[in-house]
Design a protein around this ligand. Structure first.
Ligand SMILES: [Zn+2]
Length: 252
């Protein structure tokens, strides 16, 4: 029991560190900076950050959201991104367990989290993240999965074509980044769950978008980043897909 708890804490700490890393990756890729150089620094005063400034989430809380050196406000998107990554990795690990399936599951999770962050920051889903991850997912699906490889390949095609059709029908409401992201999601999920993830994402988007419109937080025609809803729909379909399907068909 204690050992299991310690393992959980250990995994969560690793997830937090990964969260911090992928957060920086997302932001640096958006700014077209190198991932390795320069070392972490304040984007405002350029002061190099010490180990104590880099503890995920906690540094932000201790420093009250300000740079230690120049007092400039740090965007709450930093700790948000770190927590989101850590929580997603942890939840996926808890559901999947130490199985081979954890490999494609975590690749998908990291891809989704980085896409959410770049989508919120700049309304962009970056090819430089999506395409390599799509490649790695394809390779992993040759060896890992309860279905044969062609099943996951078909999923990728379904995701790509579905989003392409939506992009054409919505005349640019959906970008090329979303299309490629859905190809990757399709490879991870296979065709059925990919369709379900899109239905769930659209439903979540419609509900939240409706609330934001009604409360006046956003105006009509103002674009809302779809990335967060893709994230929600895909994680839900991946973890609870068959449960959701059984629940839905029980009404027939
Ligand atoms: Zn600073």
């Amino acid at each position: 029991m204690i050992r299991l708890l310690l393992l959980d804490i250990y995994v969560f700490i690793i997830a937090l560190l990964l969260g911090s890393f992928f957060n920086v990756v997302a932001i640096r890729l958006l700014k077209k900076e190198s991932i390795a150089f320069p070392p972490s620094h304040c984007p405002h005063c350029k002061h190099k950050l010490s180990v104590f400034d880099l503890i995920p989430v906690f540094s932000y809380l201790f420093l009250k959201g300000k740079c230690r050196y120049c007092n400039v406000r740090i965007s709450p998107l930093y700790p948000f991104g770190e927590l989101l990554t850590a929580a997603s990795i942890f939840v996926v690990y808890k559901f999947v367990g130490f199985e081979f399936e954890l490999i494609p599951a975590l690749i998908l999770t990291v891809l989704l989290v980085i896409s959410v962050l770049t989508d919120i920051h700049e309304q962009l889903i970056l090819d430089i993240v999506t395409l390599p991850m799509l490649g790695v997912l394809l390779i992993s699906r040759i060896f890992i999965g309860s279905e044969p490889f062609w099943f996951y390949l078909a999923g990728g095609v379904v995701g790509f074509v579905l989003l392409l059709v939506i992009a054409i029908a919505s005349r640019g409401g959906m970008g090329g980044g979303d299309i490629k992201l859905y190809a990757a999601i399709g490879v991870a999920l296979g065709p059925w769950l990919t369709v379900m993830s899109l239905v769930l994402a659209s439903f979540a988007g419609a509900v939240v978008g409706g609330i934001l419109l009604l409360t006046g937080v956003v105006k009509r025609k103002q674009p809302i980043a779809f990335g967060p809803f893709i994230f929600i729909g895909t994680i839900a379909a991946y973890l609870f897909g068959s449960d959701i399907w059984h629940w839905y068909t029980s009404f027939w």
